[in-house]
Design a protein around this ligand. Structure first.
Ligand SMILES: Cc1ncc(COP(=O)(O)O)c(C=O)c1O
Length: 397
């Protein structure tokens, strides 16, 4: 006999969403209220919250390419990639991305999120085991949830934990999934060691290089390239075009047969309208800028290290940035929110990461460096953030 279900009461139409108010009240109680803060086209605020790491979103070469392509090709791509949504711009972008990163082929998605969903689900399934770092990005987690694979999330940055999970898996096929630069603390995964472990255990390695692409590696070729793994037959990389490239969209990079498989099976590719032509053109232009100015990524790293060093000197708990992301621990969610708001009042916009955006439950201010930050910007940011720090920020574990 089936167990009795919950008592179902007759509910008025205007009461069916009452539970949302209860949940909103719970979030407010825990200091987890979120709201949208629309920005104007221009602002005097110093932006240390966005992901425009190379300062290309407004670069005339990039924005101008988007405008010209929009006029030529239209505002939207008009259909999914397999129907009318693939233009010559998409093919050119895929060809150029693959050439730049030293891989056989690339496939452009409408976002980094859909690229991750597509890659994880299409490269696993009910017959697979997936082993992930426990701090991977939400889009990869969603891919794992949709995959129907056996999923094990293991200790952060720990190749031996990955090896153990692979050795004890119950499925023959296996995929190891990690971010390169982790989005919360900005630390770098041990990609070389992870690749070694994958090889020992017959697993493929999928790396989300959203925060490494355009910032790390020779001329911004990314963390996978820097680790010497680009072009390997068992390594697949996902990137976003929406951070360092200042555009919009995402891509999967890897062996030709992987890309062919994604075209034919990845649901977030097949059932999604292709990337807008303007975004594809903007990404192509950004690639051109990066090729012409290969020292841009170093400027991001200099700014990130300057921010981290200054804040650490001021006694705050600061991560060691591998790329553009610098994170500063806050005593709690409410403190983090008030700290970020106080910085905004002083003209410094910083990110505020609270649960559920922080996998370890520790709230943080999250700062992002950009290539176009002047030394005086870094100094001003350090001064304001340190002065406004809540009393317990310096003793936060
Ligand atoms: C690590 C990581 N992966 C994937 C994404 C998703 O990329 P997109 O914003 O292009 O969808 C993000 C963006 O927030 C990210 O930080």
């Amino acid at each position: 006999m089936n167990a009795p279900g919950p008592a179902i009461h007759a509910t008025q139409p205007d009461q069916v969403f009452d539970w949302l108010d209860t949940e909103a009240a719970n979030r407010a109680e825990a200091g987890l209220t979120r709201r949208l803060r629309p920005r104007g086209a221009t602002s005097d605020e110093l932006d240390l919250a966005g992901n425009d790491y190379l300062g290309l979103a407004r670069d005339k070469r990039v924005a101008g390419a988007a405008a010209a392509a929009t006029l030529r090709w239209g505002a939207g791509s008009t259909g999914s990639r397999l129907v009318t949504g693939s233009t010559e711009l998409h093919s050119e972008l895929e060809h150029e991305l693959a050439r730049f990163c030293g891989v056989q082929a690339a496939l452009v998605f409408s976002s980094g999120f859909t690229a991750n969903l597509g890659a994880v689900t299409a490269l696993s399934g009910g017959e697979s085991a997936i082993v992930t770092d426990k701090y991977i990005h939400a889009s990869l987690i969603e891919g794992c949830r949709l995959s129907r694979a056996d999923v094990a999330a293991v200790a952060h940055g720990d190749p031996s934990a990955v090896a153990h999970a692979l050795a004890t898996r119950r499925k023959a096929r296996a995929l190891v999934v990690t971010d390169s630069v982790f989005s919360v603390d900005g630390d770098l995964a041990p990609l070389g060691e992870l690749s070694g472990v994958c090889r020992e255990h017959g697993a493929a390695l999928l790396v989300d290089d959203a925060h490494g692409f355009g910032v790390l590696g020779e001329g911004g070729r990314g963390a996978v390239h820097e680790a010497g793994l680009a072009g390997q037959p068992d390594v697949v990389t996902t990137v976003t075009l929406s951070k360092a490239f200042g555009a919009q969209g995402g891509a999967v990079l890897g062996p030709r047969r992987v890309i062919k498989h994604l075209v034919e099976t990845a649901r977030s590719f097949i059932f999604d309208t292709g990337l807008a032509p303007g975004s594809a053109a903007a990404a192509l232009a950004a690639l051109g800028v990066l090729r012409a100015e290969p020292d841009l990524p170093d400027k991001v790293l200099t700014a990130a290290n300057g921010l981290a060093a200054g804040l650490r000197e001021a006694g705050l708990r600061v991560s060691a940035p591998a790329g553009a992301v610098v994170s500063v621990r806050a005593p709690g969610a409410e403190d983090a929110k008030r700290w970020a708001e106080a910085c905004a009042e002083q003209g410094i916009r910083v990110g505020c990461f609270r649960p559920p955006s922080v996998p370890d439950g520790v709230s943080r201010l999250r700062l992002t460096a950009r290539a176009d930050l002047a030394e005086s910007d870094v100094d001003r940011a350090v001064k304001v953030i340190a002065e406004l720090a809540p009393p317990r920020a310096r003793s936060t574990p």
